[in-house]
Design a binder for this molecule. Sequence first.
Ligand code: CTP
Ligand code: MG
Length: 169
Amino acid sequence: MEFLEIFFLFLIYAIPMYFANAAPIILHGEIPLDFGKKLFGKRILGDGKTILGTFSGILVGVSAGALIYFLIPQAQLIDNYFTFIVFLSIGAMLGDICKSFLKRRIGLERGSHWAIADQWDFILGGLILSSFVRTPELEVIIVLLVITIFMHSITNILAYKLKLKKVPW
Ligand code: CTP
Ligand code: MG
């Protein structure tokens, strides 16, 4: 595949998933998805996963996907594009939810760091669910996973420089 082709496909995948993942940080609610229920003494998901946050993620992810349909011509070549961006966004949320489920099972508190898993959760979720609509190219999967690790470091260093965070990681 050509470089530009991979780059545009990367954007088509990344934008809905990144927006879906970021939206709940700003727009989230009070009612947790697990309604405060526990499993073997530990919260099923924890207070970090709310009903409103999950819906805002899906809605913002799909909206971002709809917008790029008009901006990136390659997007118009994808069959069932709307289902594709819905699956990318729902998948991103499900990936994050599954990761929280696993974090609680291994005893990690809400908001604690779990290297790699915290960064790849939504990407893997989006890739898996959207693969029912479109099979992702190996190159695109690799670029998504690598860029996501870098993006995480860059945003953290930036937040540190802007004094939004106390530590640069
Ligand atoms: N959020 C939400 N609903 C979701 C995902 C996220 O309301 N489905 C909001 C929560 O306020 C959460 C914040 O976005 O605290 C950041 O999300 P995330 O880092 O995924 O959650 P954590 O608080 O770190 O919790 P966990 O340890 O379970 O990952
Ligand atoms: Mg977190």
